[in-house]
Design a protein around this ligand. Structure first.
Ligand code: HSE
Length: 374
Protein backbone atom coordinates (compact mmCIF):
# COMPACT_ATOMS: atom_id res chain seq x y z
CA UNK A 1 0.00 0.00 0.00
CA UNK A 2 1.10 3.56 -0.68
CA UNK A 3 0.95 5.83 2.34
CA UNK A 4 1.65 9.48 3.08
CA UNK A 5 3.47 11.04 6.03
CA UNK A 6 2.23 14.36 7.36
CA UNK A 7 5.32 15.81 9.05
CA UNK A 8 8.96 14.76 8.78
CA UNK A 9 10.35 15.53 12.21
CA UNK A 10 11.74 13.11 14.80
CA UNK A 11 8.82 10.68 14.48
CA UNK A 12 8.24 10.98 10.72
CA UNK A 13 11.88 10.22 9.99
CA UNK A 14 11.74 7.18 12.27
CA UNK A 15 8.66 5.87 10.42
CA UNK A 16 10.31 6.40 7.02
CA UNK A 17 13.48 4.60 8.16
CA UNK A 18 11.65 1.59 9.61
CA UNK A 19 9.40 1.18 6.56
CA UNK A 20 12.22 1.55 4.01
CA UNK A 21 14.48 -0.90 5.89
CA UNK A 22 11.97 -3.48 7.13
CA UNK A 23 8.51 -3.31 5.53
CA UNK A 24 8.54 -4.18 1.82
CA UNK A 25 4.74 -4.17 1.33
CA UNK A 26 4.34 -0.50 2.35
CA UNK A 27 5.70 2.50 0.48
CA UNK A 28 5.99 6.04 1.84
CA UNK A 29 4.91 7.68 -1.42
CA UNK A 30 4.26 11.28 -0.29
CA UNK A 31 5.48 13.45 2.61
CA UNK A 32 3.83 16.71 3.61
CA UNK A 33 6.47 19.28 4.56
CA UNK A 34 6.82 23.05 4.84
CA UNK A 35 7.54 24.84 1.52
CA UNK A 36 11.09 25.75 2.58
CA UNK A 37 11.96 22.14 3.53
CA UNK A 38 11.18 20.19 0.33
CA UNK A 39 14.41 18.18 0.26
CA UNK A 40 13.05 14.85 -1.07
CA UNK A 41 11.20 14.14 -4.36
CA UNK A 42 8.30 12.60 -2.36
CA UNK A 43 7.70 15.88 -0.52
CA UNK A 44 4.90 18.33 -1.18
CA UNK A 45 3.62 21.32 0.78
CA UNK A 46 0.06 20.83 -0.55
CA UNK A 47 -2.21 18.58 1.51
CA UNK A 48 -4.63 18.46 -1.45
CA UNK A 49 -1.94 16.55 -3.40
CA UNK A 50 -2.22 13.84 -0.75
CA UNK A 51 -5.88 13.72 0.21
CA UNK A 52 -7.01 13.79 -3.46
CA UNK A 53 -4.54 11.09 -4.55
CA UNK A 54 -6.52 7.84 -5.04
CA UNK A 55 -3.31 5.80 -4.72
CA UNK A 56 -2.77 6.91 -1.11
CA UNK A 57 -4.81 4.59 1.12
CA UNK A 58 -3.45 5.66 4.51
CA UNK A 59 -2.18 8.87 6.08
CA UNK A 60 0.27 8.93 8.99
CA UNK A 61 -0.11 12.18 10.92
CA UNK A 62 2.97 13.00 12.99
CA UNK A 63 2.97 16.79 12.80
CA UNK A 64 1.97 17.46 16.39
CA UNK A 65 -0.31 20.26 17.60
CA UNK A 66 -4.05 20.60 17.16
CA UNK A 67 -4.32 22.56 13.90
CA UNK A 68 -3.93 21.91 11.05
CA UNK A 69 -3.64 18.28 12.23
CA UNK A 70 -7.37 18.10 13.12
CA UNK A 71 -8.43 19.43 9.71
CA UNK A 72 -6.10 17.04 7.88
CA UNK A 73 -7.22 13.99 9.90
CA UNK A 74 -10.90 14.78 9.38
CA UNK A 75 -10.36 15.31 5.63
CA UNK A 76 -8.53 11.98 5.34
CA UNK A 77 -11.19 10.04 7.30
CA UNK A 78 -14.01 11.68 5.31
CA UNK A 79 -12.17 10.74 2.08
CA UNK A 80 -12.09 7.10 3.28
CA UNK A 81 -8.35 7.08 3.95
CA UNK A 82 -7.15 5.28 7.05
CA UNK A 83 -5.41 7.48 9.64
CA UNK A 84 -2.53 6.54 11.94
CA UNK A 85 -1.43 9.25 14.34
CA UNK A 86 1.11 9.80 17.11
CA UNK A 87 -0.38 13.19 17.93
CA UNK A 88 -1.74 13.04 21.48
CA UNK A 89 -2.75 16.70 21.58
CA UNK A 90 -5.15 16.39 18.65
CA UNK A 91 -6.51 12.97 19.68
CA UNK A 92 -7.14 14.11 23.27
CA UNK A 93 -8.95 17.20 22.00
CA UNK A 94 -11.00 15.57 19.19
CA UNK A 95 -11.15 11.83 19.89
CA UNK A 96 -14.96 11.54 19.75
CA UNK A 97 -15.14 13.54 16.52
CA UNK A 98 -12.48 11.35 14.87
CA UNK A 99 -14.14 8.14 16.10
CA UNK A 100 -17.47 9.26 14.63
CA UNK A 101 -15.87 10.17 11.28
CA UNK A 102 -14.06 6.82 11.22
CA UNK A 103 -17.30 4.93 11.92
CA UNK A 104 -19.17 6.93 9.25
CA UNK A 105 -16.67 6.41 6.42
CA UNK A 106 -15.32 3.00 7.41
CA UNK A 107 -11.75 4.34 7.41
CA UNK A 108 -9.63 3.11 10.32
CA UNK A 109 -8.39 5.34 13.16
CA UNK A 110 -5.16 4.11 14.78
CA UNK A 111 -3.67 5.93 17.78
CA UNK A 112 -1.17 3.51 19.37
CA UNK A 113 1.80 5.89 19.11
CA UNK A 114 -0.05 8.69 20.88
CA UNK A 115 0.54 7.08 24.32
CA UNK A 116 3.61 5.32 25.65
CA UNK A 117 5.92 5.63 22.62
CA UNK A 118 6.88 2.12 21.51
CA UNK A 119 4.77 0.29 24.12
CA UNK A 120 1.73 -1.55 22.70
CA UNK A 121 -0.50 0.02 25.36
CA UNK A 122 -3.60 1.14 23.45
CA UNK A 123 -3.96 -2.15 21.53
CA UNK A 124 -3.53 -4.04 24.81
CA UNK A 125 -6.18 -1.97 26.58
CA UNK A 126 -8.53 -2.61 23.64
CA UNK A 127 -7.83 -6.33 23.96
CA UNK A 128 -8.42 -6.32 27.73
CA UNK A 129 -11.73 -4.49 27.18
CA UNK A 130 -13.05 -7.32 24.98
CA UNK A 131 -13.56 -9.31 28.20
CA UNK A 132 -12.96 -7.08 31.22
CA UNK A 133 -13.85 -3.78 32.79
CA UNK A 134 -10.70 -1.71 33.39
CA UNK A 135 -11.02 -0.47 36.97
CA UNK A 136 -7.87 1.67 37.08
CA UNK A 137 -4.70 2.60 35.24
CA UNK A 138 -1.63 4.48 36.34
CA UNK A 139 1.64 5.22 34.69
CA UNK A 140 4.80 7.02 33.84
CA UNK A 141 3.74 8.25 30.40
CA UNK A 142 6.30 10.93 29.61
CA UNK A 143 9.84 10.00 28.64
CA UNK A 144 11.23 13.52 29.02
CA UNK A 145 10.21 13.98 32.64
CA UNK A 146 11.26 10.47 33.59
CA UNK A 147 14.62 11.13 31.95
CA UNK A 148 14.93 14.37 33.96
CA UNK A 149 14.02 12.81 37.33
CA UNK A 150 16.27 9.81 36.68
CA UNK A 151 19.27 11.97 35.77
CA UNK A 152 18.67 14.31 38.72
CA UNK A 153 18.63 11.31 41.06
CA UNK A 154 21.55 9.42 39.58
CA UNK A 155 23.87 12.29 38.62
CA UNK A 156 22.71 15.06 40.93
CA UNK A 157 22.20 17.10 37.74
CA UNK A 158 20.32 20.38 37.54
CA UNK A 159 16.72 20.30 36.22
CA UNK A 160 17.15 22.58 33.19
CA UNK A 161 20.53 21.11 32.20
CA UNK A 162 18.92 17.65 31.96
CA UNK A 163 15.92 19.03 30.09
CA UNK A 164 18.26 20.42 27.42
CA UNK A 165 19.77 16.94 26.99
CA UNK A 166 16.28 15.38 26.66
CA UNK A 167 15.52 17.92 23.92
CA UNK A 168 18.76 17.06 22.13
CA UNK A 169 17.84 13.35 22.24
CA UNK A 170 14.48 14.08 20.57
CA UNK A 171 12.34 13.11 23.58
CA UNK A 172 10.89 16.50 24.45
CA UNK A 173 7.97 18.29 22.81
CA UNK A 174 8.72 21.29 20.59
CA UNK A 175 7.61 23.42 23.54
CA UNK A 176 8.97 21.42 26.51
CA UNK A 177 6.57 23.12 28.93
CA UNK A 178 4.06 20.52 27.63
CA UNK A 179 6.34 17.90 29.18
CA UNK A 180 7.35 19.54 32.44
CA UNK A 181 3.92 21.05 33.21
CA UNK A 182 2.15 17.70 32.75
CA UNK A 183 0.14 18.70 29.65
CA UNK A 184 1.60 15.88 27.54
CA UNK A 185 0.69 13.36 30.28
CA UNK A 186 -2.77 14.93 30.57
CA UNK A 187 -3.37 14.29 26.86
CA UNK A 188 -2.16 10.69 27.22
CA UNK A 189 -4.30 10.22 30.34
CA UNK A 190 -7.40 11.53 28.53
CA UNK A 191 -6.75 9.12 25.64
CA UNK A 192 -6.05 6.18 27.99
CA UNK A 193 -9.18 6.85 30.06
CA UNK A 194 -11.27 7.14 26.91
CA UNK A 195 -10.07 3.76 25.60
CA UNK A 196 -9.99 2.01 29.00
CA UNK A 197 -13.37 3.25 30.26
CA UNK A 198 -15.25 3.77 26.93
CA UNK A 199 -15.96 7.39 27.72
CA UNK A 200 -15.18 10.70 26.03
CA UNK A 201 -12.96 11.65 28.97
CA UNK A 202 -13.39 14.98 30.76
CA UNK A 203 -10.67 17.33 29.52
CA UNK A 204 -10.63 19.61 32.57
CA UNK A 205 -8.79 17.16 34.83
CA UNK A 206 -6.41 18.23 37.63
CA UNK A 207 -2.91 18.57 36.14
CA UNK A 208 0.35 19.30 37.97
CA UNK A 209 3.83 18.88 36.48
CA UNK A 210 7.37 18.75 37.84
CA UNK A 211 8.58 22.25 36.87
CA UNK A 212 9.36 23.03 40.54
CA UNK A 213 11.07 19.72 41.36
CA UNK A 214 14.55 20.32 42.76
CA UNK A 215 17.33 17.96 43.78
CA UNK A 216 16.62 18.85 47.42
CA UNK A 217 13.04 17.53 46.99
CA UNK A 218 14.39 14.19 45.77
CA UNK A 219 16.78 14.14 48.73
CA UNK A 220 13.92 14.92 51.14
CA UNK A 221 11.74 12.16 49.67
CA UNK A 222 14.66 9.71 49.62
CA UNK A 223 14.98 10.29 53.37
CA UNK A 224 11.39 8.97 53.65
CA UNK A 225 12.07 5.95 51.38
CA UNK A 226 10.45 7.57 48.37
CA UNK A 227 11.12 9.32 45.06
CA UNK A 228 8.97 11.49 42.78
CA UNK A 229 7.49 10.29 39.48
CA UNK A 230 5.03 12.17 37.27
CA UNK A 231 2.02 9.85 36.90
CA UNK A 232 -1.18 9.91 34.88
CA UNK A 233 -3.95 8.01 36.65
CA UNK A 234 -7.54 6.96 36.03
CA UNK A 235 -10.12 5.15 38.17
CA UNK A 236 -13.53 3.77 37.21
CA UNK A 237 -16.14 2.21 39.50
CA UNK A 238 -19.89 2.18 40.12
CA UNK A 239 -20.66 4.10 36.91
CA UNK A 240 -18.24 6.89 37.78
CA UNK A 241 -14.69 7.73 36.77
CA UNK A 242 -11.91 10.21 37.53
CA UNK A 243 -8.46 11.01 36.15
CA UNK A 244 -5.57 13.23 37.19
CA UNK A 245 -1.92 14.03 36.49
CA UNK A 246 0.44 14.86 39.34
CA UNK A 247 3.86 14.04 40.76
CA UNK A 248 3.55 11.02 43.05
CA UNK A 249 5.99 10.22 45.87
CA UNK A 250 6.34 6.49 45.18
CA UNK A 251 8.17 4.01 47.40
CA UNK A 252 11.80 3.38 46.44
CA UNK A 253 10.83 -0.32 46.37
CA UNK A 254 8.22 0.22 43.65
CA UNK A 255 8.74 -0.65 40.00
CA UNK A 256 7.95 2.96 39.11
CA UNK A 257 10.92 4.16 41.18
CA UNK A 258 13.27 1.95 39.12
CA UNK A 259 12.14 3.14 35.67
CA UNK A 260 15.23 4.70 34.03
CA UNK A 261 15.93 7.21 31.26
CA UNK A 262 13.12 7.86 28.75
CA UNK A 263 11.27 4.63 29.65
CA UNK A 264 7.57 4.51 30.48
CA UNK A 265 5.71 2.07 32.74
CA UNK A 266 1.93 1.84 32.52
CA UNK A 267 -0.18 -0.41 34.73
CA UNK A 268 -3.83 -1.38 34.52
CA UNK A 269 -6.17 -3.36 36.73
CA UNK A 270 -9.07 -5.21 35.17
CA UNK A 271 -11.84 -7.55 36.23
CA UNK A 272 -10.54 -11.03 35.41
CA UNK A 273 -6.98 -10.49 34.18
CA UNK A 274 -6.00 -8.51 37.29
CA UNK A 275 -2.90 -6.33 37.13
CA UNK A 276 -0.96 -5.90 33.87
CA UNK A 277 2.17 -3.79 33.45
CA UNK A 278 3.65 -2.42 30.22
CA UNK A 279 7.23 -1.16 30.04
CA UNK A 280 9.24 0.33 27.19
CA UNK A 281 10.68 3.45 25.62
CA UNK A 282 8.08 6.20 25.81
CA UNK A 283 9.70 8.66 23.41
CA UNK A 284 12.20 8.88 20.59
CA UNK A 285 12.30 8.49 16.84
CA UNK A 286 12.47 4.70 16.39
CA UNK A 287 10.36 3.50 19.36
CA UNK A 288 7.53 5.89 18.44
CA UNK A 289 8.08 5.15 14.74
CA UNK A 290 7.77 1.46 15.58
CA UNK A 291 4.35 1.98 17.23
CA UNK A 292 3.17 3.85 14.14
CA UNK A 293 4.42 1.15 11.77
CA UNK A 294 2.71 -1.54 13.90
CA UNK A 295 -0.57 0.37 13.43
CA UNK A 296 0.13 0.70 9.69
CA UNK A 297 0.66 -3.07 9.45
CA UNK A 298 -2.44 -3.85 11.54
CA UNK A 299 -4.41 -1.74 9.04
CA UNK A 300 -2.75 -2.78 5.78
CA UNK A 301 -2.76 -6.50 6.65
CA UNK A 302 -6.32 -6.42 8.08
CA UNK A 303 -5.17 -7.54 11.54
CA UNK A 304 -6.98 -5.00 13.68
CA UNK A 305 -9.62 -2.30 13.12
CA UNK A 306 -10.25 -0.26 16.32
CA UNK A 307 -13.84 0.82 17.01
CA UNK A 308 -14.30 3.41 19.74
CA UNK A 309 -17.70 3.77 21.39
CA UNK A 310 -18.04 6.52 23.99
CA UNK A 311 -21.77 6.09 24.66
CA UNK A 312 -21.45 4.36 28.04
CA UNK A 313 -22.55 7.43 29.99
CA UNK A 314 -20.11 7.33 32.93
CA UNK A 315 -20.23 10.28 35.36
CA UNK A 316 -17.08 12.32 36.08
CA UNK A 317 -16.36 12.17 39.84
CA UNK A 318 -13.06 13.65 41.12
CA UNK A 319 -13.83 12.20 44.60
CA UNK A 320 -12.58 8.82 43.32
CA UNK A 321 -8.96 10.02 43.39
CA UNK A 322 -8.08 10.90 47.01
CA UNK A 323 -4.74 10.67 48.80
CA UNK A 324 -2.38 12.49 51.13
CA UNK A 325 -0.31 15.22 49.43
CA UNK A 326 3.11 16.53 50.50
CA UNK A 327 4.03 20.18 49.96
CA UNK A 328 7.54 21.69 50.12
CA UNK A 329 6.71 25.33 50.55
CA UNK A 330 7.19 28.48 52.61
CA UNK A 331 3.43 29.07 52.34
CA UNK A 332 0.89 27.86 54.88
CA UNK A 333 -1.19 24.90 53.68
CA UNK A 334 -4.56 24.96 55.51
CA UNK A 335 -5.27 21.83 57.55
CA UNK A 336 -1.81 20.36 56.96
CA UNK A 337 0.52 18.69 59.46
CA UNK A 338 4.34 18.42 59.54
CA UNK A 339 5.85 15.78 57.22
CA UNK A 340 9.61 16.43 57.19
CA UNK A 341 11.85 19.50 57.68
CA UNK A 342 10.52 22.11 55.23
CA UNK A 343 7.55 20.00 54.15
CA UNK A 344 3.96 19.43 55.30
CA UNK A 345 1.27 16.93 54.40
CA UNK A 346 -2.42 17.55 53.63
CA UNK A 347 -4.33 14.37 54.48
CA UNK A 348 -6.96 12.69 52.27
CA UNK A 349 -7.56 15.39 49.66
CA UNK A 350 -8.66 14.87 46.07
CA UNK A 351 -6.23 15.62 43.25
CA UNK A 352 -8.43 18.62 42.39
CA UNK A 353 -8.34 19.93 46.00
CA UNK A 354 -4.57 19.40 46.12
CA UNK A 355 -4.18 21.37 42.87
CA UNK A 356 -6.21 24.22 44.42
CA UNK A 357 -4.01 24.15 47.56
CA UNK A 358 -0.94 24.26 45.31
CA UNK A 359 -2.28 27.23 43.32
CA UNK A 360 -2.80 29.19 46.56
CA UNK A 361 0.68 28.25 47.85
CA UNK A 362 2.33 29.27 44.57
CA UNK A 363 0.94 32.79 45.08
CA UNK A 364 3.04 33.04 48.25
CA UNK A 365 5.99 30.82 47.31
CA UNK A 366 6.41 30.35 43.52
CA UNK A 367 8.93 27.53 44.14
CA UNK A 368 6.37 25.29 45.92
CA UNK A 369 6.55 21.61 44.95
CA UNK A 370 3.72 19.14 45.59
CA UNK A 371 3.50 15.37 45.30
CA UNK A 372 0.78 12.85 46.14
CA UNK A 373 1.72 10.05 48.51
CA UNK A 374 1.17 6.72 46.72
N1 HSE B 1 7.57 14.43 24.78
C1 HSE B 1 7.01 13.11 24.83
C2 HSE B 1 7.68 12.36 25.95
C3 HSE B 1 7.20 12.40 23.54
O1 HSE B 1 8.73 12.83 26.44
O2 HSE B 1 7.19 11.32 26.36
C4 HSE B 1 6.45 11.11 23.41
O3 HSE B 1 5.08 11.28 23.51
Amino acid sequence: MKIALLGFGTVGRGVDQIISERVPDVEVARILELPDRLTDPRMTSSYDDIVADPEIGLVVECMGGVEPARTYIMAALEAGKHVVTSNKAVVAAHFAEFAAASAASGAGLYIEASVGGGIPWIASVEKVRRIDEVTSFSGIMNGTTNYIVDAMRREGADFFEVLAEAQRLGYAERDPSADIDGIDVANKTIISASVAFDVACEKDLPVTGIRNLRKSDLDLLAGCGRTAKLLGRGVCRDGRYAAAVEPVAVSLDSLEASVPSNFNLVTLDATTVGELRFYGQGAGSLPTGNAIVQDVLDCVRGVRRPAYDFSRGLAWDPELLRSDHVFRTEATIPGSEPFAPGAVVARDVTAAEARALLDAALEVDPTTFMAALA
